[in-house]
Ligand binder design. Sequence first.
Ligand SMILES: Cc1cc2nc3c(=O)[nH]c(=O)nc-3n(C[C@H](O)[C@H](O)[C@H](O)COP(=O)(O)OP(=O)(O)OC[C@H]3O[C@@H](n4cnc5c(N)ncnc54)[C@H](O)[C@@H]3O)c2cc1C
Length: 462
Amino acid sequence: MLLKSNINSLKSLVKKQNVLSEIEERYCYAQDSTNSKTYGKVPEAVVFVESIEDVQKVLKFANSRKIPVISRGAGTNMVGACVCPKGGIVLNFSKMNKILDFNPENMTMRVQPGVVLGDIKKMADGEGLFYPPDPSNYSVSTIGGSIAQSSGGALAFKYGTTKDYILNLTVVLADGSVMKLGAGTIKDAVGYHLNQLIIGSEGTLAVVVEAELKLIPKPEASRVVMAYFDCIEDAIKGVNNVIKDRIFPSALEFMDKNAITTVEKFKPCGLNTEKEAVLIAELDGLESSMESQINCMQQAFLRAGASDLSVASTDNDKEAIWTARRASFAATAKLAPDVVTDDIIVPRAALAKMVMGCREICDKYGLTVCIVGHVGDGNIHPQVALNLDNDEEFKKYIRAKSEMYQLAVSLGGTISAEHGVGLEKISYIESTIDIKALEYMKEIKKMFDPNNILNPDKIFKL
Ligand SMILES: Cc1cc2nc3c(=O)[nH]c(=O)nc-3n(C[C@H](O)[C@H](O)[C@H](O)COP(=O)(O)OP(=O)(O)OC[C@H]3O[C@@H](n4cnc5c(N)ncnc54)[C@H](O)[C@@H]3O)c2cc1C
């Protein structure tokens, strides 16, 4: 519990109006986008930081008193990564939301952590450049959250994830000191890549206060190919044919029948609700390559038994398809009082077993599941609609979740591809990573944050 005197000290360190201490103001910070019964501790203070110096002052203060500090972007993560199990101070980055420098010649952009990804993409696009990482909610999520989660999205198949687009970082350490990482050049072979350690560390090692991003040239043209299938196995065969034929789409996405019908009911957009699965592939490159790429893609899908194929060429048509795909979470949320989405990845060869297995596990427990995924990567998101206040249903969900993770690990996969561990998956981490590696992670955490103030009890407990 933060004492009143601590709140007063915080108000003297940063602008007074940037410290929220009333319960009505702090209440919503007990939650993020994760649906869970178990969270709900309200932080004692929320500080809107405006500068690197603000972050330094708050961390120095908190470290000397061993008060937890939880960084927060848009709060859209799905694993309880920015809730506050021990209370403490939430750092809100919405006032550090400036693009500090855009250099089209170097293809770089320097940003503050609170910048929304959609704004980065838009500014790059204006100069014919491209920032590929695209969590489906990029119109609201921040670059700070994206770096801390190493978020991915549909385009990871061809373009990788956030970790591939960070040239350098400025971070504030637990004691309030500043550390600069990386060289700002495309390649850097000097010393350990500590910036890669910070990326994906869920705010547990340091607070990101500035980042220099790598941009790439925007592909000249793109098309979206859709193909429906009468069974899930055929759809996965379609994915494997694409790889066999050495086609390299920027995105290769999947929706099962439940997801298709749920989205169509939520936002009618002409999806074929008679079919068991749909694959959505985006092809990009030179305009002159489009026709042959589309032909190859369609042949790969047809050989797997696809029917009802279509191609979207205009920006409006392409956007309509992606909007439908991105709407799956919101649409599933309409089916029951709550929705929980998961994030599992397996080697692509085991994908059919994983998808069918998830379906069977959820059927066994009578749970409604819509399965979508970035199947080019072997990554699926089972979205379960349920009532978390129904104890019986909640228990079934916990059993189903645990069985889905066991299945993923037994197939050579793991329990998160892009959403992270947060609080949600702590109890499963030992089943998926090497115990020695976990010991090293704990030692690294202790070195960066000896007083365990930075987002404590996330990823693992010390
Ligand atoms: C509808 C929906 C769709 C999604 N789709 C995808 C998807 O396709 N792919 C994907 O990868 N994810 C996806 N996500 C998950 C999530 O949106 C992303 O991980 C996103 O990048 C989180 O950004 P945020 O600003 O909301 O971060 P938050 O949720 O606020 O924070 C996430 C983590 O980052 C830490 N953090 C925030 N700012 C900083 C900072 N400055 N320094 C250090 N740590 C910090 C927090 O402490 C926390 O641990 C989706 C979420 C939703 C709700």
